[in-house]
Write a protein that binds this ligand. Structure first.
Ligand SMILES: [Zn+2]
Length: 430
């Protein structure tokens, strides 16, 4: 890890307010106490009692910062600091405070508390903005208790309906509707833009990278230009179970041997599109999975990601061609391909991305353009409002893990870039 880097303010930006990195860190550590695990992580599942406590703390902090707090029908929270021009759409930021069962202190929480730190800094410096400022807490981003993931922002953006989300049930059969009522966060405000929820003039989300790129390059700030598009599939390869001894090699219909050839193709297809693509087989089920039986059926998943939709389309075509070729070549094998998820690539708004880049440059922070490989609330928000993201490194690129860690200096630097991008976009009232 390179040395921390929040450089002295250059003369040209002497009038810019500075966030308080220690206060940001203290807020992160306080929030992380709610659901803290023995290994130093956080377990705070969406809409659980611990989620309620974390929401209550955020609401208290937001009110202490002079904000009004709006709760919508899917439990999204919006802390609002009024602008001078109330006719303008809010310049917003935020993320999520639910975690994975073995989650860390920073995923999501950083984006929310960086937003809170922006509010506090504007208050400290008595800065008024033209546009209102809002800090959002999106419900159930992680999707580990309730599916679909990125639920609150997905409802807001219209990726699926409010009713679909409210009807989702956890493993105990408790629905989102019931869980929201139980913790007191089924709000009165409309949840979807289509139902009257306001759009944003701009939305910025600060987040830990959750990957190894920034740390490897020694950069403090990732200027996120967009998110990878994704196509997911289920593949079922069928052959025939038979005895491993009596069945000669040329008379087998071995589903696993055929499947592994396709799996190799998934990797090769993504490598052929490098560096813009990813291809992963993350789940394999072999039937009957017995030492001395030739496998008769293999089910596996394919996860393709690409920066642009044409590339994703090429990967889809290449996978289908590989299946056709395999079936022509290998006797007695049948392959069924079922598409299950499609997220188009989400390019962020160039003007806002440029704001982020300029902010990093202004402070002499090492930065690079980067594409988000993971889903974030910002990806859905981008369907309705101008959007950009700011990444900061996390140690060893590890996230969704209790050992997730980030440097206070990096978190402060990202928050400073966030503040300046928001202030520039909202406009400083004279
Ligand atoms: Zn997250």
């Amino acid at each position: 890890m390179l040395a921390p880097t929040l450089a002295p303010t250059p003369a040209s930006s002497a009038a810019l307010p500075r966030i308080d990195g220690q206060r940001l860190w203290a807020s992160l550590m306080s929030l992380a106490e709610i659901g803290a695990t023995a290994k130093g992580g956080v377990c705070r599942l969406a809409l659980s009692e611990l989620d309620r406590q974390a929401r209550d703390l955020f609401v208290r902090w937001a009110r202490e910062a002079g904000c009004t707090v709006r709760v919508d029908a899917i439990g999204n929270l919006f802390a609002r600091r009024e602008g001078r021009d109330t006719s303008r759409l809010a310049v917003a930021t935020g993320s999520h405070i639910d975690t994975q069962p073995t989650g860390g202190k920073f995923d999501g929480n950083y984006g929310v508390l960086a937003g809170l730190e922006v509010l506090r800094t504007l208050n400290d410096q008595r800065i008024d903005t033209e546009a209102p400022i809002e800090v959002c807490v999106w419900t159930n981003e992680e999707g580990s208790r309730f599916v679909p993931v990125m639920m609150g922002s997905g409802v807001w953006a219209g990726a699926f309906t409010l009713d679909h989300a409210l009807s989702a049930a956890d493993r105990e059969g408790i629905t989102v509707r019931q869980a929201l009522q139980a913790i007191g966060y089924a709000g009165p405000a409309p949840a979807a833009v289509a139902d009257g929820a306001p759009r944003f003039g701009a939305y910025f989300e600060a987040h830990i990278e959750q990957g190894p790129v920034l740390e490897a390059s020694g950069c403090t700030i990732g200027v996120v230009t967009g998110a990878l598009g994704q196509r997911w599939y289920d593949v079922v390869v069928s052959g025939q179970e038979a005895h491993a001894g009596p069945t000669p090699m040329d008379l087998r219909r071995d589903a696993l041997q055929a499947a592994t050839r396709l799996m190799q193709q998934v990797d090769a297809i993504a490598r052929a599109e490098a560096p813009h693509a990813r291809g992963t087989v993350g789940y394999v089920d072999v039937f009957p999975n017995s030492r001395n039986t030739i496998p008769g059926r293999v089910t596996f998943t394919v996860d393709f990601r690409h920066t642009d939709d044409d590339g994703l389309q090429r990967m889809d075509a290449a996978l289908r061609a590989a299946i056709t070729a395999l079936q022509a070549e290998v006797r007695g094998i049948d392959v069924a391909l079922q598409p299950v998820v499609y997220f188009p690539p989400a390019p962020f708004t160039p003007e806002l991305v440029a704001n982020v880049r300029a902010g990093a440059a202004r402070h002499g922070l090492a930065h690079q353009d980067i594409v988000s490989g993971a889903g974030h609330d910002a990806v859905y928000v981008a369907r309705q409002s101008p959007t950009a993201m700011i990444f900061v490194p996390c140690r060893d690129g590890i996230s969704h893990n209790e050992i997730e860690d980030a440097q206070p200096q990096h978190l402060a630097a990202g928050c400073q870039v966030l503040l300046e991008a928001m202030l520039e976009t909202a406009g400083r009232a004279a």
